[in-house]
Design a protein around this ligand. Sequence first.
Ligand code: FE
Length: 345
Amino acid sequence: MLKNIIKSTLIASFGAILFSCGGTAEQKEEVVNVYTHRHYEADQQLFDKFTEQTGIKVNVVSASADELIQKLELEGANSPADVLITVDAGRLHRAESKGLFQSVSSETLNSNIPAKFRDPEGFWFGLTYRARIFAYSTERVKPEELSTYEALTEPQWKGRILTRSSENIYNQSLMASVIAQHGKEGAEQWAAGLLANMAREPKGSDRDQIKAVAAGEGDVAIVNTYYIGIMLNDENEEERKAAEKIAIFFPNQNDRGTHINISGAGVTKHAPNKDNAIKLIEFLSAAEAQGMLANINFEYPVNPNVAFSVLLTQWGTFKADEVNLSVLGDNNSDAVVIFDKVGWK
Ligand code: FE
C-alpha cells in the first residue's frame, strides 16, 4: 500500500517536473514564424534586432510569393506561419481574398503607416513602396518629351517602348491603376496603343528592359525604381554601365501622379503567435527599421518620418498616385482580361 502511494507520488511528481519543464521551455521561447518573399541578408539583421529588443525569436521561411501563398493554403489551420511578407498590393490582395490573413487593428501601425499604404480593413500593411517609372535613354530622349503613361501611346514613340510581359504582377498593377483612372474601355485603348509602340515583344525582367535601352533596342522602359539602384550598385560592371546610360522620369506629375506599389505584411489567419506577429509588423513600421528596410533595396519608406536614402534623394521627390492600393487588387482580374484582349503577352 505504502509502496503504491510512493510509486504514484513519484509518477505524479515526475509528471509535474516534465510538465513544468515543458511550461518553462515554452515561456522562454517566444517565437514568431515569418513566411517571406524578401530574401535580403539585411532583412535578417532587422529580425535579429527585433529579437534583441523583444526576446521574440524570428523563424524565417523564404520562397517565392506564389509558393508561400500556396503553402499557406495547403497548411490551412495547421500552418505555423504568423506573418506573410510579400511584394505588390495585387499579391497581398490575392492572399487576402483567399482568406489567408486576419484583420488587425493597431494604433501603432495606423500612426506609422499612412492610410493609402494599408488595407482599409487591416488585412495587410505596406512597409516600403516603389514607383513604376520611365527609364529613358539619355542619348536619344529629352525629358521634355516625356509626360504621362498615356502619352507613350502617341505615334512618335512607335518602336521605342520597352516593358515586360503582362504575366508579371507589376504590369498588372499598373494596368489596374489605369483602369481606376480611365475605366476598362479607356484602359484597353491605352494597352493597345502602348503595345503598338513597343520596340519588341514584351519579355524579360525589369533589369532586362533597362539593358535593352542601354543597348539601343528601345528608348523608354517602364520599370520599378529600385532596379536602377540595384544595377548602379551591382558588382557586375555591365549592369552598372547599363544603368548609367539611363535617367529616371516620374510620369503623370501634372495629374494623378506616378503609379506606386508596396512590399507589405499581414498577420496570417491562423497565426499561433498573433501578438508577436503584430509586434513584428509594428517594429518594421517604426522609424529605425524603416530606414534599414527601405535602404536595403533602394525603396521608399512608408513611414513619413523617415528620410529617403542618398540615391532616392538625388532622384527627387515626386507626386504618387493617391489611389488606395487595395483598388489595385480589386482591379487585377480586369487587368488580366484586358492584356489578353489586346494581345499583350
Ligand atoms: Fe522586383
